[in-house]
Design a protein around this ligand. Structure first.
Ligand SMILES: Cc1ncc(COP(=O)(O)O)c(C=O)c1O
Length: 373
């Protein structure tokens, strides 16, 4: 089976270790195990929990403890609606593997994480892109969605909050999308890996799983919870869907690591502290970025409402890729070119990483923009 190369992953894998100022990172700055254990007040006791653990495959679908605490992130979900996966990347892949076949029709927003269109395409599905445009604050145009949808549309893929644009669909907009999906009985998969990162309030907005009987939410520990190293995610959805997923999951997952399951449970049980840190970083770093954009005559953007990334429009003749490579070579600053996400004319910044790296990195970008006309 052939599949398109994953543009962003190739870019990140190649340049991540070569840059000095990483403004391409999409996680809220990762935490150490020590920080996690301090948040949970377990630094002195953790070994007594870990040493007796017998390293079996563990609970196949994820431990009851973890599935319960994941369910508590949702308004109406129960443990039976949760299955644990290898990151959100594993969650999304399993959903497509379960639902999509050759000849199916899939609609995916774009730009988004490339899995959502390249995997169904690789299965021989016909994929329509619901384009998110700057003039619409990177929110989907519902009229366009009505024109794309048809009887038999199998899956509509959303990403809320959206990577790369930082746009956020509220309950009202999601409810209208649900109505459109329901009219043809389509599944609605919403990649919610950035859920919890809103710039206002408690950081959370409603999940598609709580709005629609065929709504599927995917999420993980990587972004909002700063624990990508656990490689732990989940699918939340109707029980019949999870039963179908489990047939595929038995072939490629068995279970996730017992230690990952254990530390994810600890983290989500103590999420108030992790989230307080994340919201502090997200909000003060976006303020830094906002001031910088305002005083840079050649840079503009749609200020993100959530997520960890924004698309910057830079007034230049260079392609997004050439701009990113020249910036890396001249100043050591790493952005991600829009072309890696099929949206030429922009670069993506990840602003939720270390605040000092962000501040110095932006100064270096300003120098670069003055030097390169
Ligand atoms: C929208 C989106 N979905 C899924 C993933 C994969 O996340 P995970 O680390 O949980 O596999 C990413 C990572 O960048 C992402 O941006």
């Amino acid at each position: 089976m052939k599949i398109r190369e994953f543009g962003v992953e190739i870019w990140m894998n190649y340049y991540e270790t070569k840059c000095v100022y990483n403004l391409a990172e999409t996680c809220v700055e990762s935490i150490t195990l020590e920080q996690l254990l301090e948040f949970a007040d377990k630094k002195d006791t953790i070994l007594s929990e870990l040493l007796p653990m017998k390293m079996t495959y563990g609970a196949i679908e994820g431990s009851d403890r973890l599935r319960n605490v994941v369910a508590s992130l949702y308004e109406t979900q129960k443990r039976e609606n949760v299955v644990i996966t290898h990151g959100a990347i594993g969650a999304n892949a399993l959903v497509y593997e379960t639902l999509v076949e050759r000849g199916d029709h899939v609609i995916s927003v774009g730009p988004t994480y490339q899995q959502h269109h390249s995997i169904p395409e690789s299965y021989g599905a016909e994929v329509s892109i619901l384009q998110l445009r700057e003039q619409n604050a990177f929110l989907p145009d519902l009229q366009e969605l009505r024109e794309l949808i048809r009887p038999g549309t199998r899956v509509i893929a959303l990403n809320n909050p959206n990577n790369p644009t930082g746009s956020l669909m509220d309950r009202g907009l999601l409810e209208q999308i649900v109505e459109i999906a329901r009219s043809v009985d389509a599944w609605l998969l919403c990649d919610e890996v950035y859920r919890g990162t809103n710039q206002t309030g408690d950081g959370f907005s409603v999940s598609i799983a709580d709005l629609y009987e065929k709504g599927i939410s995917t999420g993980s520990m990587s972004k909002t919870y700063s624990l990508a190293g656990l490689r732990l995610g989940w699918i939340v959805g109707p029980i019949e869907l999870l039963q179908a997923v489990s047939i595929h999951r038995d072939y490629n997952t068995i279970s996730v690591g017992m230690l990952d399951d254990h530390f994810a449970s600890i983290a989500l049980e103590n999420r108030d502290k992790i989230l307080a840190r994340a919201h502090g970083l997200l909000r003060s770093n976006l303020a830094t970025l906002d001031v910088w954009v305002a005083q840079e005559p050649r840079v503009s953007y749609i200020k993100p409402k959530a997520g960890t990334t924004a698309l910057l429009k830079i007034d230049t003749e260079l392609s997004s890729r050439d701009l990113c490579i020249q910036l890396l070579e001249a100043k050591g600053v790493m952005f991600t070119p829009g072309s890696a996400m099929d949206i030429e004319g922009y670069v993506r910044i990840g602003y939720a990483n270390n605040p000092d790296v962000l501040k110095v990195g932006l100064v270096k970008v300003s120098e670069f923009l003055r030097e390169v006309r």
